[in-house]
Design a protein around this ligand. Structure first.
Ligand code: SAH
Length: 395
């Protein structure tokens, strides 16, 4: 096995069990390992620090799999890791009214680069890195043995694979070809999930608990669900007794499924509207038209993909939150989210503060929200905390 020697000043994060080693931390690589190979991480005095997989094409040149010198990276290693990840979701697996959740959340489950989501009897796998690409077939076999799903379908059509020097790919890995739309249950609600072409692996599983929490405020409310995707929040809102639910999204395909999801749960189409468009523009239009709502959900895509985009992202978040506050009835509820891991809760709260001052509204935070328990935050890897939400009352 080849060795990666770290620069003297760059050892501490590895000792603190951060799983990423950036190219700038590496003094030299001994031997001639191929990208994707397992390597040992050593300090300049050749002391073992960790073991992981290498990819020189990525700025994250090594992702660590273990800090234990006695632990080999083989099939048994992945079996143990997968068993741990599955065991950690046992409560969700037993929940009779939910059958869609994340089974493996990459670095947080100590398998960097691997995402596995479960939808009913189907597993969706994403191999995000070259290291995991190497072990993909082995991991698929292990998942088949451990869980006996009807199918394992790959959704490695994620643009970040290009940074790893990998092609984008999707298709059946094991079992029978899954249907285009898989019907799942979440907290007793039924959802059609487009596992083959939908965003992420088809559904925003990370919002499960937040959809339930927000629904508690939806009774007799006129709800505006911005960035509605396939209507996750909308179905919960209708089930909780909302008077009307307006869905806005830029994706016409997503809104078509949103409408099917409302029907699947028995909600009258007359109380729901679906508008394809840009939330920034539509919120402005609604303001000019004098339209108001009792509850607004803002769940935009990641605005800050890199550090250089944080300032612009904050302006974007401020803009939509200000526009939403302006069209909320006094005492109305704003459920506002950011899934940019580079924007932490305190910065997001500052953005909301700025929006509230400009809107001239008094805003109370009534609950801090985050990602679901199947997306656990690993303390040594703060990047795993990405979803934050503020449930606010706007006076
Ligand atoms: N709340 C959803 C997930 C939202 S994901 C759920 O619970 O399932 C973000 C959504 O925003 C995507 O569906 C994407 O199509 C949409 N989107 C991105 N930019 C947009 C824009 N400027 N205006 C409207 N929708 C947008």
């Amino acid at each position: 096995m080849s060795d990666v020697i770290l620069k003297p000043g760059k050892v501490k994060p590895v000792r603190n069990r951060h799983p990423w080693i950036f190219s700038g931390a590496i003094q030299r690589i001994k031997g001639n390992p191929a990208n994707g190979d397992i390597v040992n991480i050593l300090d300049t005095r050749s002391r073992f620090l960790a073991r992981g997989y290498l990819n020189r094409l990525s700025q994250i040149t090594v992702r660590i799999l273990t800090w234990n010198d006695d632990e080999n990276i083989d099939e048994d290693f992945f079996l143990r890791r997968l068993q741990n990840a599955i065991a950690a979701r046992s409560a969700l697996k037993k929940a009779p009214d939910t059958n869609a959740f994340r089974l493996c959340y990459g670095e947080s489950d100590l398998i960097p680069g691997l995402i596995v989501d479960r939808y009913e009897e189907h597993l969706i796998l994403q191999a995000l890195t070259m290291g995991i690409e190497r072990w993909k077939e082995c991991i698929a076999d292990l998942l088949l043995d451990l869980l006996h799903p009807q199918s394992i379908y790959e959704r490695s059509d994620v643009p970040s694979r290009r940074k790893e020097g990998l092609p984008l790919t999707a298709g059946s890995l094991r079992g029978s070809e899954p249907p285009d739309l898989v019907e799942t249950k979440e907290n007793g609600h039924r959802f059609l999930v487009d596992i083959k072409k939908g965003q992420k692996t088809g559904f925003y599983l990370d919002q499960r608990e937040n959809r339930r929490k927000v629904s508690l405020y939806c009774k007799e409310a006129r709800v505006l669900n911005c960035f509605a995707y396939t209507g996750g929040f909308s179905v919960y809102a209708a089930a909780a007794g909302a008077i009307s639910v307006d869905n806005v999204d830029s994706s016409i395909g997503a809104l078509e499924i949103a409408s099917q999801n409302m029907a699947l749960n028995g909600f009258e189409q007359s109380s729901a509207q679906y508008t394809t468009g840009d939330v920034f523009q539509l919120l402005r239009d609604y303001g000019h038209e004098g339209r108001t709502f009792d509850l607004i959900i803002l769940d935009p895509p990641k605005f800050a993909p890199s550090q250089g985009k944080v300032a612009a992202a904050c302006r974007g978040y401020k803009d939509i939150n200000l526009l939403a506050m302006r069209i909320l009835k006094p005492g109305g509820i704003l459920a506002t989210f950011s899934c940019s891991s580079l924007i932490n809760t305190s910065l997001f709260q500052k953005v909301l503060f700025g929006a509230s001052v400009d809107a001239g509204r008094d805003v109370h935070i009534i609950e801090y929200l985050s990602q679901g328990s199947d997306h656990p935050v690993l303390l040594t890897f703060p990047e795993s905390a990405y979803l934050k939400g503020l449930l606010c009352r706007v006076h």
